[in-house]
Design a protein around this ligand. Structure first.
Ligand code: ANZ
Ligand code: ZN
Length: 813
């Protein structure tokens, strides 16, 4: 009679494999639920408990919807191209193809242990030519529409991975994959015009039920900013300096103008007296990346010798070059307003430039001025415009900026503009293990797209695929593959040898699951219209400005060319937190990873305590969206709880299967059902587990007996967390099959609590809990609370009694 999880789990996993009753059905009349996990890249280190956290969480919802009668699509697949897979193969001295296949097989064995209702008949693999045919097809469509273009640009070059990286992959100036500092290297690249969609990508975030944090990260990355271009003249010259500013209101506070040291106009501005100082500075800042410029604390620069003319006042201000101005943002030139911008303030302090206040704070500011009235820091908030003849008293920035831009615009010296931080997406990689870019370069016809019937353009199978140090793809070294004849003119042509980045395949995989084996088109239109968009998407927040942004861009494009009817791929997003543990190397609690020596192998836990115990622990360990620390003792606690429930249900003394449960039991059960359902619904799954524990505490303590209906209902709802366990008890004790069960609804009348648990605090500290009738009045509750807290009150005078009906009593002593 003991809880033999090993036997039970093996039995049910096999049954589900033989009879996947939960498989998505192609019955498009039913209500559907598309529940998606971010598909993993099959790394050699295999699944760790961090993966489990997300996969178990999504499975809870997929299983719940299935029980609620939805046609559920819960697929799984492999994001198998890209740098990590290739680096791993190189390390082992094997070919990425075989290595990837091996890793996938190992991953599948591990994934199976979760007991999730994955529909394996829809598995996709981004490295399968039948799949990447369509990844290439999307690229061709973008090329046709002018959204893919070739450019020689300085790219983030990782000297270790020997490839260029997208900005999104080099945040903070280091390679996303290996942590090496990236260099800037000019390389011929294929670039996708993601910036065409900047406005839509920003605006449509409003349509999404996503964590605010992720929306904000995307908004900041897109970096839309409404401002103005203002044109300054240059003394004794025809040169015009057009700055971009979001604070046109501060125009009369300008005390210098600064340019990026690599700006085209710089040469014309440098006077002979300043020439050598400027050349030194330019040489010195040449290798700084944009990231370094933005993070740089020491704002320094050099005077060019020229003076700019303020278009508002006619005042003469010096023109500088500075290390904090980016060439590719705005116009690459900035009007310096030390009184209202921190960077400008630092700069002005260093070069002793005037600080002119033009926005008066609305409220007194601490430490803004010294006794002599000198500003001690920049004042960056809003206030009233001052020292700006004709405009004083306007509220700044909004109103004042608008009026001043209009005024200057009337003189042809300003223009309202919108700028963005996001840059086009550097889409080519100089590596082997990726989708070949389906283009040829013909001597006569130029760059040509392959014809659709020539897809997939397969990756050649070669022995040696190591990256070269030249910045060229290893494919360039395979003449049999590179040299082709042009399909248009028959002349000599060469294939494009760059490959696509690892994100290419994940930008659209969720479409493919709707009709994974469809041959003639990227998707079967009917299946697509039924299943998409994704209803619920679960994955890590590390993808906020990578995959999640790229996929939205792809969908916007596919929408435009009529492939999909919707504008957003993922309606609802949930980011599970990370699983952390004390690192054996640093001694700190950190995200689990092999390099930190703090990984827990899920297979071992499953072996020792069972899949259901691990599932339940993953759900119970804390709020799912938070990072939480792995604790081995706590998983034992969860395992013991399962054992308790097992023994309870297997003991006939606790059940009354032939009769109806008494009213007290029914009421207690419906309170549970209500709590459990609402907590799951609002993603508070850890507290839903707690509801189960509370229920069994009460059943035991109060000797309540479950009847057939209640037991079946309990096991049904509990199955979304511990499916093997519940399936076994349903079958064994009640002769029922989970496949035939339906989600039970609670009865609101029965779920009304007649007893309330009231925490009793003393000076805000929890001391006791009392159980009182729900209809008891304030006086009586306080009297009971005093009794319960007597030990701690210990004769002290109570200064105040805080009473919150139904919630809490607090004694202030
Ligand atoms: C004058 C000013 C006064 C500014 C003030 C700010 C505060 P966001 O909001 O991020 O778009 N800027 C413009 N182009 C730049 C460049 N290429 N490199 C570095 N900084 C640049 O920032 C816009 C502000 O960043 C602009 O407004 C400009 O400084 C600066 F009290 O102009 B401001
Ligand atoms: Zn040709």
């Amino acid at each position: 009679m003991s809880y033999n999880f090993k036997e039970i789990e093996a039995k049910w996993q096999q049954r589900w494999e033989e009879n996947p009753y939960f498989k998505a059905q192609d019955d498009f009349s039913k209500k559907k639920f598309y529940c998606l996990d971010m598909f993993p890249y099959p790394s050699a280190s295999g699944l760790h408990v961090g993966h489990w956290k997300g996969y178990v969480f999504s499975d809870v919802f997929a299983r719940q919807k299935l029980l609620q009668g939805y046609n559920v699509l819960h697929p799984m697949g492999w994001d198998a191209f890209g740098l990590p897979a290739e680096n791993d193969a190189i390390k082992k001295g094997v070919h990425p193809k075989g290595n990837t296949a091996k890793n996938i097989a190992a991953f599948k064995v591990q994934l199976r242990k979760i007991g999730a209702i994955y529909d394996w008949s829809r598995e996709v693999d981004t490295t399968d030519p039948e799949y990447y045919k369509w990844t290439q097809w999307i690229f061709l469509k973008m090329f046709e529409k002018g959204l893919a273009y070739e450019e020689t640009v300085p790219v983030n070059w990782c000297p270790k991975c020997l490839t260029g990286l997208a900005n999104e992959e080099a945040c903070g100036g280091t390679c996303d994959r290996c942590g090496t500092a990236v260099e800037q290297k000019p390389l011929r690249q294929w670039v996708l015009k993601i910036t065409e969609y900047s406005d839509e990508l920003d605006d449509d975030l409003d349509l999404l039920e996503w964590p605010e944090k992720v929306k904000l990260m995307q908004r900041n990355w897109i970096g839309r900013s409404h401002g103005a271009q203002i044109t300054f003249g240059v003394e004794d010259s025809d040169i015009k300096l057009t700055v971009f500013t979001t604070r046109a209101d501060t125009i009369n506070g300008v005390s210098f103008v600064v340019l990026a040291p690599d700006h085209e106009l710089v040469a014309q501005l440098i006077t002979s007296a300043q020439s050598s100082a400027c050349q030194n500075f330019i040489a010195h800042t040449k290798n700084m990346t944009d990231m370094e410029k933005m993070l740089c604390k020491d704002r320094s620069g050099v005077f060019t010798g020229s003076y700019a003319i303020n278009p508002f006042s006619g005042a003469k201000v010096p023109v500088f070059l500075a290390n904090y101005v980016l060439k590719h943002y705005g116009t690459g030139m900035v009007m310096g307003v030390p009184a209202h911008d921190e960077r400008d303030f630092d700069f002005a302090k260093k070069y002793e430039l005037p600080v002119n206040l033009v926005v008066q704070p609305n409220t007194p500011q601490k430490d803004l001025f010294d006794e002599s009235g000198k500003m001690l820091r920049a004042f960056t908030e809003g206030g009233l415009l001052v020292n700006t003849p004709g405009f004083d008293g306007l509220s700044a920035p909004e109103e004042a900026a608008k009026k001043l831009v209009a005024f200057l615009r009337g003189k042809g010296l300003a223009m309202p503009v919108v700028t963005y931080k996001i840059r086009d997406w550097v889409f080519s990689r100089q590596r082997y293990w990726g989708e070949p870019i389906p283009l040829i370069h013909c001597q006569n016809c130029g760059t040509l797209a392959l014809r659709e019937e020539d897809l997939p353009l397969k990756l050649p199978e070669v022995e040696s695929y190591q990256p070269s140090h030249t910045g060229e793809s290893p494919l360039a070294t395979i003449p049999e593959w590179v040299n082709v004849s042009c399909h248009k003119c028959g002349g000599a042509a060469k294939r494009e040898t760059n490959t696509m980045p690892q994100w290419a395949g994940s930008c659209w995989y969720f479409l493919r699951y709707a009709s994974p084996n469809f041959k003639d088109k990227i998707v079967d239109q009917k299946a697509l219209e039924y299943w998409l968009p994704v209803d619920f998407y679960v994955g890590g927040i590390e993808h906020a400005v990578l995959h999640l942004l790229y996929a939205r861009f792809y969908i916007k494009f596919l929408h435009e060319i009529g492939v999909v009817k919707f504008k957003e791929p993922f309606l609802r997003l949930f980011n599970q937190g990370m699983v952390c543990m004390k690192s054996t190397i640093s001694g700190r609690v950190e995200k689990m990873s092999k390099s930190k020596g703090n990984v827990v192998d899920p297979d071992k836990i499953v072996e020792d305590l069972g899949s259901d115990s691990l599932r339940l622990y993953m759900l119970f360990m804390g709020p799912a969206e938070q990072d939480t620390e792995w604790q081995t003792e706590s998983i034992l606690g969860v395992h013991n709880f399962l054992k308790r429930v097992w023994e309870f249900v297997n003991n006939p003394a606790n059940l009354c299967l032939g009769q109806q449960a008494d009213e007290k039991t029914v009421r207690r059960f419906h309170i549970f059902l209500k709590d459990f359902s609402e907590r799951v619904e609002s993603f508070k799954v850890n507290t839903a587990v707690a509801s189960c524990m509370e229920l069994f505490n009460d059943l035991s303590a109060q000797k309540l007996k479950l009847d057939k209906t209640l037991l079946a209902q309990f096991l049904t709802v509990f199955s979304i967390m511990v499916p093997h366990f519940s399936s076994e008890l349903l079958e064994k004790v009640l002769g029922l099959s989970l496949a035939n069960m339906h989600w039970p609804n609670f009865d609101p009348a029965l779920a009304k609590k007649d007893q309330l648990e009231i925490p009793i605090q003393i000076n805000g500290k929890l001391r006791a809990t009392i159980s009182v009738a729900a209809n008891l009045g304030q006086q009586e509750v306080i009297a009971l609370a005093r009794q319960a807290a007597a030990k701690w009150l210990d004769g002290q005078a109570v200064k105040k009694e805080v009473f919150i009906a139904g919630r809490l009593v607090n004694f202030v002593v």
